[in-house]
Design a protein. Sequence first.
Lengths: 398, 221
Amino acid sequence: MTFVNLFGITFTLVILFMLVALLDHVFGNASPEANQNRTLGLYRANLVREDDAGSVAALPGYGLLDRYGRDLPAVEAFSISTLFRRAISYVEGRRIESYIKYTDAAFWDVLSFEFIEGKPFSRGEVRDSLRYAVINEATRERFFGTNTALGKPITIDTEVFVVMGVVRNVSMLRIVPFADVWLPITTLHDYYRPDELAGLNFGLILARSPQDFDIIRRAFSARIASADMSGNAPYDKVIAVPETKFDTMARLVFTQGKSVANKTPHLILMIVLSGIVFMILPSINLINLNVSRILERSDEIGIRKAFGASSASLVFQFLFENLLLSIMGGFVALCISLLVLQGISDMGIIPYAEFQLNYRILLYMILITVTFGLLSGLYPAWRMAHMKPIDALRGRVT
Amino acid sequence: MIELRSVDKVYSTGRLETLALAGINLCIQSGEFISVMGPSGSGKSTLLNVMGLLDSPTRGDLFFNDMKVEDLSDRERARIRNTSVGFIFQSFHLIRDLPLIDNVQIPLLYRRISGRERHRRCRDVLERVGLGSRIHHKPGQLSGGQQQRAAIARAIVGDPQLILADEPTGNLDSQMGDEIMTLLQQLHSDSNTAIVMVTHDARLADQTQRIVRLFDGRQVH
């Protein structure tokens, strides 16, 4: 019976642990997104009509970011990039697909890439549209093998760039920094579209401190309230909010980006509730198993009660036992999760995704394990503790 | 020490009501050794369970050291069971997965006593009942007589005022039964502990100071 319990606990916790590891991999504070606590993004732009007759939901356009995002108060750095896209190269007859991203010099200030070779392109080089490229180590290997890439030409979509830096690989799930090749945005033929409010770009804002977020939001909101909508007919208004990736996701889930209202607490609540709902089903199962396990021990309960155990001390004892079992399950689940995540990393299903354990994940895992242990142990412990001693001794329990 | 006034105990199963005890009036003084006799189903075990606060009377009053048990909370009843009562059951009721020393120390677990002191007291009582060399054995490794000795050790380890023994020799052969009875006699003569023993055996009952007889839940004289 205990083994069946342990198996049930382990299975549930493995799934929850993997989910936590995945969420942490996407949203957690890790290089190159190590400054997330003071980074805001402009990831969405919705063009709407006053008469509510239609709207456009897209990424921000270059015009929106350039005209209204620059020189906001309390900002240390502001960067404009494109979303990554696929590009083709040929090396000695081999076709190589890479993901490229066009960006600016501030991108390297907002994000903390680890350079293995060389350095990022500078403001001057971006301004002068110099054809420099920063590549990741996987791209270096594909193009140049084990040799250095610095100063060497690299052809991307028939255009030639010179490699000036090599960085560590970044997981594709980190969509903000991710790419194989980063190129100056000014080398993109038609990057400058001052009227484009909705397009294929995103902006990154590095605030001086997290306390400055409100100042930045208010300033940006004031600017776009009077945004020049000419060239964006028939739309009358643009909705965009400097926010974290998680905030954007929350706003998209709950308002499709049509409102500026902060929906992050709603999304957190939804995730927590989903987690609890997900835990409740196996918990009910475990509660049943625990009740059966406890009924098997009714004699012991009767004996302990006969010799003076109070209901409270028995609740404590059985909760403690269940918690111990959950912690054992948690430990086994942790080992299994690590193996599975290592397997997923090794298989390369998600480019450059390397799932690793860190103190945050460990903390969440402990929290989940304890919650699960308490959730599945509380009712059986309560029920057992409130048996009449004589009924427990006689096995007269239902 | 313990007094029952017009105590009834009724068991209800669906529409059926069974009167297990009817109008019991009984007073037990400290240091008494009493046996309870009667045919099967006469309410002997029920009486013991009520006196030991394992079960509650349906009607009537039960006083333990002048405290009305009905007025006590679950926690206070547990405390009385822990400090003042020791049980010996016919089928021993030892926890099979625990060694004797851990079985015996159960009453002490619910008191503020250090682990070292608990072990010392358990070793002492196990020596007293002749199981000093078996403290790490599990119940399944012992004979019926030895298991009952262990159960007696558990009942006395907390120095209770009252020991309630429900047919303590019922599952044993006559020789082992005699050994257990000798142990109880010895216990009684060595301390001021009151003992109430349910038995079918008139020979054993005759060795006690007073016999309470029950028939169909009623006290008979």
